[in-house]
Design a binder for this molecule. Sequence first.
Ligand code: SAM
Length: 251
Amino acid sequence: MSEVKNGQACLFVLAEGDFRSEAEELATRLNLPLRDDLSEEEPCLRLREDGLSLWMGNVSVRGDFSRLKGRISERNLSSEAIVRAARGRGAAEGLCTDAAAGLGEDGFLLAAAGFSVILYERNPVIASLLEDALKRAAMDRALSGTVGRMSLRFGDSVPHLIDRTDPSDLIYLDPMFPQRSKTGAVKKKLQLIQMLEEPESEEERLLSAAFAASPKKIVVKRPAKGPHLAGREPSYVIPGKSVRYDVYLPE
Ligand SMILES: C[S@@+](CC[C@H](N)C(=O)[O-])C[C@H]1O[C@@H](n2cnc3c(N)ncnc32)[C@H](O)[C@@H]1O
């Protein structure tokens, strides 16, 4: 498939168990080969009882909002740095565009904080993992209200920001940055997902598009000690231990 990068031509969909026909549909939709056997060395997508996941050897990744349940009470949310960055000075709980959605965890926290969130994901495999996580969460009473405020769009957010397809109060950006230092199992999972995407090479394009959308506020997630996105100085910063949030208040 054309969008899969970095030698990802070897990615395939595994046809297994009761989910063979769904696996076939997914392979057709993503233009990936369908195979019957697992491989230790090649990544594959598996559809099983617990949803869609990406596998490589014994490491797997799937979208999963259930592990964020403990963070979405109002008390806990108001201490989340992302929520403090999103809520203060300018944007109330309005419409938010998460223009680089990934597996949607940050978008989920913003939706839990009351924003209606439109999520764009340009990598079709990651978007499919997110779509599956949203479907599963919609069936969980503790999560359904929050994911009810989230809408996924497959594709590049930039043209939609420039066209102001969904005029948003808040634009949230978390483009991939080169190294997020993690250890052990987290690192392996991160490496697996990073096989599908590359560090953002078009920072200026993304940030300029966010400004062109004329929101009240732009929030950018960065490594705590990393450079500002596209080298642009923010209006203020919400600091954190491993990540910080750069906040831009367009005029
Ligand atoms: C670091 S991940 C985001 C993680 C996310 N914040 C979360 O909580 O799961 C960045 C994602 O943004 C996507 N992306 C980057 N630029 C994009 C664009 N212009 N349009 C849509 N998706 C984009 C990448 O494909 C990648 O999946």
